[in-house]
Design a protein around this ligand. Structure first.
Ligand code: ZN
Length: 172
């Protein structure tokens, strides 16, 4: 296992839709292990493969609180097949979008179809924090960042700042 580097803007991969996984093999399971290690190290509650530079439709998440047993989950080729009308607002952040948190409104419950680590198709309902997290991660597989839901001015101001910071880090 290895901790991978998490990419940030302006890396163009973050805006690209990920490819579907054709076969859940050892390579995918190794990637998932790396993603868990990277997510727990960060620390974060969710991570998509594209965030470690692998544009494949793979996400991991664990929304357990610090005093709870870990609940690691890996979803291959996840897609939302149903969403509740009821909404939930949460102040989101993202390991690939550092130094900004903002409120995003999403459906409070969703049903997701995906493959598990044995390649078996599954369907599962996610609610509350799990619903927010799984939707945020599935967005990554479509090239969508949570800041895409914020106003254009806010987003552009943020991106300018981040890109300037990245450039300064490179020059230093
Ligand atoms: Zn994210």
């Amino acid at each position: 296992m290895a901790i991978r580097k998490i990419i940030t803007p302006p890396n163009p991969l973050l805006k690209k839709p990920s490819l579907l996984v054709e076969e859940v093999d050892g390579r995918i399971r190794a990637l998932v292990n790396d993603m868990f290690e990277t997510m727990y190290d960060a620390p974060g509650i969710g991570l998509a493969a594209v965030q470690v530079g692998e544009p494949l439709s793979v996400i991991v998440m664990d929304t357990a609180k610090e005093d709870e047993e870990p609940r690691p989950r890996a979803l291959i080729n996840p897609r939302i097949v149903w969403a509740a009308e009821e909404e939930r607002e949460y102040e989101e952040g993202c390991l690939s979008v550092p130094d900004i948190y903002d409120k995003v409104v999403r459906p409070a419950r969703v049903k997701v179809r995906y493959l598990d680590l044995d390649g078996q198709p599954r369907e599962e309902e996610f609610a509350d924090m799990d619903a927010t997290c799984v939707q945020h991660e599935i967005d990554h597989t479509k090239g969508i960042l949570f800041i895409d839901y914020l106003g254009r001015l806010k987003r552009e101001r943020y991106l300018k700042k981040v890109i300037k910071k990245a450039k300064q880090a490179q020059e230093a």
